[in-house]
Design a binder for this molecule. Structure first.
Ligand code: CA
Length: 316
């Protein structure tokens, strides 16, 4: 009988020990997992910190890189430069940022009629119907201009108050192109059609187009800003006609048959140039498994100067 009791006691003790071992194993496993998570978080935090410093370094040296455009011209564009970091790289690429319609030019003096007409032409050349083009030009201009007087097809604060989530017009220059999404009529389809040819600059001036860097996708922009009688096909042909070595000067461009046949009073020769009024630097920063993108736009219309006017971080 006693042996039976002793056997049961030993069994209970063994079971207790096994349970204690099991609990300790689970606790140890949890501790290891927690430590692993902490290490991963610390590493991620360290990489984010390095990314932040790399972004600041990029900004510090970017203006010097941008100034190279003055001497190298278009040769400075489109060639990625790799800068090594301790545990990663910065890959930076320069591109021309002159060739776009400055939406803030719609906020110029006295309703900026010339900019308004040019913008309507850009919308039409982008395949937007005439009625929609008029409406989109008016709503964008109302959003930017300082008054509350609604244009014929525009929208001021009252129109936006009726939205499911009410808001107001900003009545000042746009700070970011993403603001356009809030303007009446600017659907994703409209934005897709015009996104390559519109931008937001910090003043109401329209920078001259750089004819050395115009792309086929800029034909609508060239036609809209250069002449009210220039067709989209003529603009495409003119851009296609650029010599391999570039135009060198606007006179060579003006000598094209399609251009020279346009009466001088119907042309805006001053909108053409052979240098960059704005330059963009795109940087891909890689540290360990962490990635970040930044885009910096510099105003370079005065010799020897590069003024940062736009900074975008992340997906765009
Ligand atoms: Ca307004």
């Amino acid at each position: 009988m006693r042996d039976v009791f002793q056997s049961k006691e030993r069994g209970a003790a063994l079971l207790s020990i096994l349970m204690i071992v099991a609990v300790m194993s689970i606790a140890a496993l949890a501790a290891v997992e927690s430590l692993g998570r902490s290490i991963a978080l610390a590493r991620l935090s360290d990489e984010r910190s390095q990314i932040m410093w790399a972004a600041r370094s990029t900004e510090a040296v970017a203006s010097q890189s941008v100034l190279q455009v003055e001497t190298l011209g278009t040769q400075a564009f489109g060639k990625p430069t790799v800068f090594p970091l301790d545990r990663g790289t910065i890959i930076a690429t320069l591109s021309d940022a002159s060739n776009c319609f400055n939406l803030n030019s719609l906020g110029g003096d006295a309703g900026a009629p010339a900019a308004h007409e040019a913008y309507k032409r850009l919308l039409l050349h982008s395949g937007i119907l005439p009625g929609d083009a008029q409406r989109l030009a008016d709503t964008a201009a109302d959003w930017i201009d300082g008054d509350e007087e609604t244009r014929a097809y525009g929208a001021e604060a009252e129109a936006y108050r009726r939205q499911p989530v009410p808001y107001r017009t900003s009545n000042r220059l746009m700070e970011n192109i993403s603001e356009l999404r809030a303007v009446e009529g600017y659907t994703p389809e409209i934005l897709r059609r015009i996104s390559e040819n519109v931008c937001v600059r910090p003043d109401t001036n329209q920078t001259a187009l750089n004819i050395e860097t115009l792309k086929q996708s800029n034909a609508a922009l060239l036609a809209a800003l250069f002449s009210e009688v220039m067709t989209l096909e003529e603009a495409e042909g003119a851009i296609r006609g650029r010599p391999v070595s570039g135009w060198g000067a606007i006179d060579a461009f003006l000598g094209l048959d399609t251009i020279s046949r346009i009466a001088p009073e119907s042309r805006n020769d001053a909108i053409l140039g052979v240098r960059s009024g704005y330059v963009r630097l795109d940087a891909n920063i890689n540290v360990g498994s962490t990635r970040e993108r930044i885009a910096l736009v510099y105003k370079t219309d005065a010799p020897g100067t590069a003024v940062l006017v736009e900074r975008r971080v992340g997906a765009f």
